[in-house]
Write a protein that binds this ligand. Structure first.
Ligand code: GDP
Length: 198
């Protein structure tokens, strides 16, 4: 913590949503329970069936996102010694199209989680994008059943159970999914461990 920084300044909010495969496989309770046990405070929660335009807004067609996906596709082919698609940008756009189909294919459960360095902690608990690379003990490492070779045959998005915001997008995604009056401030019973003197 930097000078002049208060412990409460490191408290962040982040958005996660359990993707349709996670909901359909009955993993909602298990996943939420992991976050709760790790001390993350649920400050917003709802079930939604995302309309297409909502999913398009979440996974925006912006060059930065497309480039990031293109890079991941390249790495996911090379990881298996395969030749990546020649036109990586076109491949990334196709994958985005499938990602939109995937997250609108059934209901999702969205949460806003709060805690110290919540964005980093939540992504750590969620694990790597690739289920094969996601460490055991992470949500994706323990529960995703998909893998890159299968997904890449059809250039479809990998079914990896859950989405979690990164630092760049957390604020935007929270505002997209939740109105201010759907987010709540309260104290968890265990907060005294961090914030009160012994
Ligand atoms: P995340 O932050 O780990 O969810 O990853 P991204 O935001 O980069 O990508 C969004 C989603 O697109 C991921 O959760 C995957 O479902 C899918 N995806 C990303 N990269 C790849 C890839 O290289 N191959 C495949 N098949 N799917 C991918």
């Amino acid at each position: 913590m930097g000078e002049g920084e208060n412990v409460k300044d490191v408290i962040q909010r982040t958005l996660v949503f359990i993707k349709p495969d996670g909901v359909k496989r009955g993993l909602v309770g298990e996943i939420i329970s992991r976050f709760e046990k790790a001390g993350l405070k649920i400050v917003g929660m709802k079930m939604m069936w995302l309309p297409r335009d909502f999913a398009e807004e979440h996974y925006r067609d912006d060059p930065k996102f497309i480039k990031k996906i293109a890079q991941k596709i390249k790495e996911s082919y090379e990881m298996y010694g395969l030749e990546p698609p020649k036109d990586l940008i076109a491949a990334a756009k196709k994958l985005r199209e499938d990602l939109i189909k995937y997250v609108t294919s059934g209901p999702i459960v969205a949460l806003v989680l709060e805690g110290p360095r919540a964005i980093y902690i939540v992504r750590k608990l969620v694990g790597d994008t690739s289920p094969e690379e996601a460490a055991p003990g992470t949500i994706r490492g323990d529960y995703s059943i998909d893998n890159y070779p299968f997904a890449n045959i059809e250039l479809r998005s990998i079914r990896n159970v859950i989405h979690a915001s990164d630092a760049e997008n957390a604020e935007r995604e929270i505002a997209l999914f939740f109105d201010d009056d759907e987010l709540f401030e309260y104290k968890r019973a265990d907060e005294h461990i961090m914030f009160e003197p012994l």
